[in-house]
Design a binder for this molecule. Sequence first.
Ligand SMILES: [Fe+2]
Length: 251
Amino acid sequence: MLKSIIKVKTQNILKLDKQKIINYLENDKIVIIKKIISKKLCNSITKYLTNISHNTIPNYFPIRIGSPNNFRVNLEDQRAMVKGSFYQFSFFPWNQDVFNFFKLFKNVFIFKNRINMLSDEEFFYPKSDKECAIRLSFQFYPKKTGFLNQHQDPVDYHQKYLMIMNLSKKGKDFQKGGLFSVIGKKKIMIDNFSEVGDLIFFKADIPHGVELIDPKSSPNLLEDKGRWMALFATNKLPKNNRIKNSVEKKS
Ligand SMILES: [Fe+2]
């Protein structure tokens, strides 16, 4: 096991020792909380999202209060702050969805707020576009084309640590590439150490990205082969001028 990776098991995320997790993260460790939801549930989520991607025309919606849940594709979009190629499915707490995601993952968002030293339901119900909002973002990186360039996310009052859930298994769903971070001068392929349903935390300003998934496979846009993940995001709303944008950082 790599020194940079700490694995934690729990039945109830809110019973974890918050300070211990913060100490690990402050020491540039990657913390993996094992299997917060079952593989079966992960598979039904990715199946549902795959059906959406096959049967819906993608569309872009800005993140603001009242935005609809939506499916979009980012195929190296020049307007994106960080260059990447992936599908994205955004869910907001003010919309209802068939999985009732914000009930299912309520404790995960609360735990994220707690380690970021915020009140439990901070950003759950923003009242103005000058604030921030929580968002559940599922992302699919197709084989051959899926990647996200190395970047750093802003550390500010809204979040210091990022939280990602793995929905694919490297070695089974895809063979090469995947989530990485760079700590010191070492590139850590995080997906080599995590399973479906695991929650991954690290400091937002640690350089990270998604290395091209299976570059030698045949392209399969409109297929469901590749890497799935969920991001428990805290996003600034359009009139929030306090928080900076993410920045690409060349390796
Ligand atoms: Fe990021």
